[in-house]
Design a protein around this ligand. Structure first.
Ligand code: DOR
Ligand code: ZN
Length: 352
């Protein structure tokens, strides 16, 4: 007999793209409704590279928040070969910046300014290691000779292992893990390495994107892999292992940008993430570990207190309806359809 309500510590989202301008205003309320905090990705155009940019972006987010919201955006800097270690250090020590994001140049949306030569950023990594500031990595190589389905595994060997060896106490979050290779790697590491896992990589494999027609709303980076990888991700997430936690990687693009001859990568999922993740945990008889994955493990790794507020999920008798697209002034935004029955609905947030 399954529980019909679940009361959890309010979850956090350890990886989200909130965008800016009108799109920010449209998507932010969904994050603010279900999450206490979120690690906000810096890949705006132009990217958030300095502490001053992060302060300005945080102010834009604060101004777009619904009234009385307690949602706290945790800001990140976009690592470039010009990043000043002192600016990073000051930003972290002042509480303006929580982490630094490494995008290999060209790996994904707005990553052209990313890092080509890792050694050029070693002075920044050295400072981060000394102050306990996490490095968040987009773990894919960009070498055109490497098959897109192998890019994560090759990244581990060619890029991540050298960073780990050189900076053994640097906190590293391997973002949006998509492979068994990634799971095995994180499990082989000690306390300084963790990983985020998205709701979509827990429920789809590459067939969702490619079978029966090309489905742009299932295209994201890193791309979903084969089923054996999805199963490894589910096992890691539901195991309760403190090294794995939720990062939605919600990355909204309007439909016209996705449904195109060269469609953008990204899945918009924050509105139904917690319903989907709860269902995955129920289906795997692991509801007792749900709170660790969505609310506890991330805070522990980042060294932050867990949220005081709570979130109540309620199991419905009928599956939730397939999510509807949002009509925004600039176009339509499609919400992730997990392609499976989902019974868990968010009922309320209880603030202390
Ligand atoms: O699918 C993705 N979309 N992956 C990323 O790494 C970036 C993101 C975006 O910003 O659209
Ligand atoms: Zn992302």
């Amino acid at each position: 007999m399954t529980a019909t309500t679940l009361t959890l510590t309010l979850p956090d989202d350890w990886h989200v793209h909130l965008r800016s301008g009108e799109l920010l205003k449209a998507v932010l309320p969904f994050s603010a409704q279900h999450f206490g905090r979120a690690i906000v990705m810096p890949n705006l155009q132009p990217p958030v590279v300095k502490t001053a940019d992060a302060q300005a972006y945080r102010a834009e987010i604060a101004a777009a928040l619904p009234e009385n919201s307690h949602f706290q955006p945790l800001m990140t800097l976009y690592l470039t070969e010009q990043t000043d270690p002192n600016d990073v250090k000051q930003g972290f020590l002042n509480g303006d910046v929580t982490a630094v994001k490494l995008y290999p140049a060209g790996a994904t949306t707005n990553s052209a300014a990313g890092v080509k030569n890792l050694e050029a950023v070693y002075p920044v990594l050295e400072v981060m290691e000394s102050i306990g500031m996490p490095l968040l990595v987009h773990g894919e190589v960009v070498d055109p000779e490497v098959d897109i389905f192998d890019r994560e595994a090759v990244f581990i060997e060619k890029k991540l292992q050298p960073i780990r060896a050189r900076f053994p106490k640097l906190k590293v979050v391997f973002e949006h893990l998509t492979t068994k290779d990634g799971v095995d790697y994180v499990q082989s590491c000690e306390q300084y390495t963790a990983a985020t896992i998205t709701p979509h990589h827990l429920v789809i494999n590459r067939n969702a994107m490619l079978v029966g027609g090309i489905k742009p709303h299932y295209y994201c980076l890193p791309v979903a892999k084969r089923e054996l990888h999805r199963l490894a991700l589910v096992e890691a997430a539901t195991s309760g292992d403190a090294r794995f936690f939720l990062g939605t990687d919600s990355a909204p693009h309007l439909d016209h940008a996705k449904q195109s001859a060269c469609g953008c990568a990204g899945i918009f999922n924050v509105a139904n993430t917690l319903s989907i993740v709860a269902q995955v945990f129920e289906n795997n008889h692991a509801l007792s570990h749900l709170e660790r994955f969505v609310s506890l493990n991330g805070a522990l790794f980042y060294g932050l207190p867990v949220n005081q507020a709570q979130l109540v999920l309620e199991r419905q008798l009928e599956p939730l309806p397939v999510p509807e697209s949002l009509s925004l002034s600039q176009g339509t935004l499609t919400l992730f359809d997990p392609l499976m029955p989902v019974y868990w609905a968010v009922k309320q947030v209880i603030t202390p």
